[in-house]
Design a binder for this molecule. Structure first.
Ligand code: SF4
Ligand code: SF4
Length: 390
């Protein structure tokens, strides 16, 4: 079981902390670091802040630096984020502080050779000679983790290019996590985990079993689509003020969502995409706060709001579209645009879908064959994705 400690206890233990905490460093404006808590990531021995920084939406280097000053020492990105610029930005911000941060990145490669090429490109972009955690990116089924990919991770470890091997996934964690545990190749699992997930997804038990086996658990998608994050003036909503008003009804829901994830002691770290200092302050504050009845009520209201919009990633509709649409993937991509307000990232991900998938139009179907047991209005949402992103 993780042993969470405050910054003060961490300092007393003599373990490394972000160097910005030291007296000879200049702090950038940001939330104070005192509220950060730290623990050990599975059995890796890596000492990490419980809040991690998700690099997928970050574009302001000063926010990364402020996060570091606030005590965050875990930074996650991927080779494909922002065409490699996310890795490049992290490398630039933390040049000279390499040992004070834990860097995680990911590859979408399908073969060993391609994965190792990706890894070299990542090392170059970061400007480092090792990566702490190297994930196989978005592997939701056993077929997504060919033997050669684990071999690439073993080779990279032997060469000293990575310290730990990870796998990230968005769906079907109930099946995928036990599969990875059985194979015994994986040090860290990065998985979707949030308050919207129905009990039959068995996330609590699945995560607990993996953590018990010594695998480090990093949660993502904790904001369940981030639909309360749409800000006044967001260009996507300027033509729809009612939708904007509705979305702003639950301003505290995102903090409650973080607290919900942190209430689970088997979650070693939760990464959150942070774009500005207000979000940074909210998230840092949430780390040490208890999950309360008030949070529960807020999330219940948020749940009602997002029910038709947000895919819970349960995997129940896999293969249900006769025209071959990867429904859950497409819904996730749409939420980057209309939940998190990251249009260009959504479009980049959409354009990575196979050409035949991008050509399908849900408006051509008289009836939709996909029936979501969780209430997502699948054809409406996919029509929107196709209109906005194709
Ligand atoms: S659309 Fe519905 S059924 Fe399909 S993965 Fe999402 S929540 Fe599950
Ligand atoms: S409307 Fe439904 S069945 Fe038709 S293409 Fe879209 S998801 Fe598939």
């Amino acid at each position: 079981m993780p042993n969470w400690s405050s910054r003060r206890a961490f300092l007393a233990s003599g373990l490394a902390l972000p160097v910005a905490a030291s007296a000879n460093q200049t702090r950038l404006a940001g939330p104070p670091p005192e509220s950060m808590v730290y623990g050990t990531l599975g059995k890796t021995g890596l000492k990490v802040s419980r809040l991690g920084f998700g690099g997928n939406v970050a574009s302001d280097p000063s926010v990364l630096a402020a996060a570091f000053d606030a005590g965050i020492n875990f930074f996650d990105t991927a080779r494909i984020y922002n065409n490699g610029n996310s890795e490049r930005m992290l490398g630039a911000v933390f040049a000279g502080k390499r040992k004070d941060v834990v860097l995680a990145t990911k590859t979408t490669a399908k073969t060993k050779d391609q994965a190792l090429l990706d890894l070299d490109a990542s090392l170059k972009a970061f400007g480092t000679d090792y990566i702490d955690i190297w994930h196989l990116h978005g592997r939701n089924a056993p077929a997504d983790v060919a033997d050669g990919l684990f071999e690439a991770q073993r080779t990279a470890k032997q060469q000293g290019k990575i310290r730990f091997a990870g796998v990230s996934m968005h769906f079907t964690m109930k099946d995928m996590i036990p599969y990875l545990m059985k194979l015994g190749q994986t040090d860290i699992i990065l998985c979707a985990y949030n308050f919207s997930m129905p009990p039959d997804m068995e996330m609590e038990n699945t995560i607990a079993a993996a953590r018990q086996a010594g695998i480090g658990i990093v949660a993502m998608k904790t904001m369940a689509g981030g639909f309360a994050r749409i800000q006044l003036g967001d260009r996507l909503y300027t033509d729809n003020p009612k939708a904007l008003t509705d979305k702003l009804k639950h301003p505290g829901a995102m903090v409650s969502a973080m607290k919900w994830a942190f209430r689970n002691k088997n979650v070693d770290n939760a990464i959150v995409g942070i774009t500005d200092r207000d979000q940074l302050g909210e998230n840092v504050a949430a780390v040490a706060q208890p999950f309360t009845d008030g949070d529960r009520q807020l999330l219940a209201a948020q749940m009602d709001f997002i029910r038709p919009l947000y895919c819970r990633m349960c995997g129940a509709c896999a293969g249900a579209c006769p025209r071959g649409l990867p429904v859950a993937d497409m819904l996730r991509i749409l939420s980057y645009a209309d939940g998190y307000g990251q249009f260009s990232m959504a479009r980049d991900r959409f354009l990575e879908l196979p050409e035949p998938v991008r050509q399908v139009r849900c408006s051509d179907c008289a009836d939709c064959a996909v029936h979501c047991p969780n209430g997502v209005r699948v054809p409406d949402r996919l029509r929107k994705a196709q209109a906005w992103l194709s």
